[in-house]
Design a protein around this ligand. Structure first.
Ligand SMILES: C[S@@+](CC[C@H](N)C(=O)[O-])C[C@H]1O[C@@H](n2cnc3c(N)ncnc32)[C@H](O)[C@@H]1O
Length: 303
């Protein structure tokens, strides 16, 4: 008899600000009766690595529909390929893995740079773009995604002894979960049309930098400054008035300046809670350890 192994769906890339460590806190913030509600729609306008999406869709089977969005076109292309063409993606990733892993350090770096050029400068099919996106994420320095002023991915090669470039089980599990997900690419505001009863939004926008140097806002060539944070607050206001629930997380500026009440002021009409998380991705290696994050919501039972 053949055993059927089941693998959990989880992020297929490392992503700055990944929320795996905050899932317990996010769960406590959600409506306590969420699992009893029929036909819930989940919307995640800043999807990134999708840690919350993959967790929530497995935890709550009553979420029958989900909408995800991100401004990063290559990331969204990868989600779409995983949803609709995962077997061809696996073939392409296995090919890249088989070419890369046997090389020595110098040759691996050269191979990485040639694939980075291919990703940036050549016409690739969607499957090739998705495979290159995952390959570069698994082999680049710290799993960062950073582009230069021309929008070209420019992260240097990383040093991992045996990186798992093709994680077939995770990709297939993710593909199964993504069958109930509509995938959009663009500004978060385009998800406003889904607001209404029985709709839950989770926002994880680019962090407001904690220090001048930890400027991890460059996920794409468009920055996310304080004016953007205010635009997001106005958006939360609008979807809350249409009876949607929302949870939003961000870095707590009070980690570095006790008097910085930017978010407390911005979201004063909603609930704000501080929780502790460890920041794992930091290009300078400092800034790790437990620091507080803020969780904002309009959910009455939150605390
Ligand atoms: C903090 S990350 C999300 C992390 C994610 N929750 C996770 O668990 O990995 C923020 C995301 O917002 C995206 N982004 C930045 N500006 C945006 C905008 N105006 N509209 C939509 N997405 C945006 C970035 O490309 C990035 O993927």
């Amino acid at each position: 008899m053949k055993r059927i192994d089941t693998y959990p769906a989880r992020p297929f890339v490392k992503w700055v600000g990944g929320k795996t460590q905050l899932l317990d806190d996010i769960k406590k913030t959600l409506p306590h009766d969420l699992s009893q509600c029929d036909g819930v729609t989940y919307v995640e306008p800043f999807i990134g690595g999708g840690a919350v999406l993959f967790w929530i869709l497995q935890e709550y089977p009553n979420i029958t529909k989900a909408i995800i969005n991100d401004v990063n076109a290559e990331l969204i292309c990868t989600y779409r390929v995983i949803k609709s063409d995962v077997e061809n993606l696996i073939i392409e990733l296995n090919r890249l893995q088989a070419e890369y892993l046997p090389l020595d350090e110098v040759a691996r770096k050269e191979y990485y740079l040639s694939q980075r050029t291919r990703f940036n400068d050549e016409e690739n099919s969607d499957v090739e773009t998705a495979a290159l996106f995952i390959f570069l994420n698994r082999t680049c320095f710290n799993g960062l995604y950073r582009v230069n002023s021309k929008g070209k991915f420019n992260v240097p090669h990383g040093r991992y002894a045996n990186p798992k470039i093709c994680d077939e089980e995770t990709l297939r599990a993710d593909s199964a979960v993504l069958q109930r997900v509509e995938i959009l690419c663009g500004d978060f505001a385009q998800t406003g049309k889904y607001a209404g009863n029985n709709v839950l939004y989770y926002f994880d926008p680019p962090y407001r930098p904690l220090t001048e140097t930890s400027a991890f806002t460059s996920y794409s060539k468009d920055g996310f400054d304080d004016a953007e944070q205010k635009r997001l607050r106005d958006f939360c206001d609008r979807i809350a008035k249409k009876h949607s629930f929302f949870v939003a997380s961000n870095s707590d500026p009070q980690n570095v300046n006790n008097d910085d009440d930017f978010f407390d002021h911005l979201y004063k009409m909603f609930s704000i809670k501080r929780v502790f998380a460890s920041r794992m991705i930091n290009s300078k290696g400092n800034g790790r350890g437990a620091i507080s994050e803020i969780m904002i919501s309009n959910i009455a039972n939150a605390y």
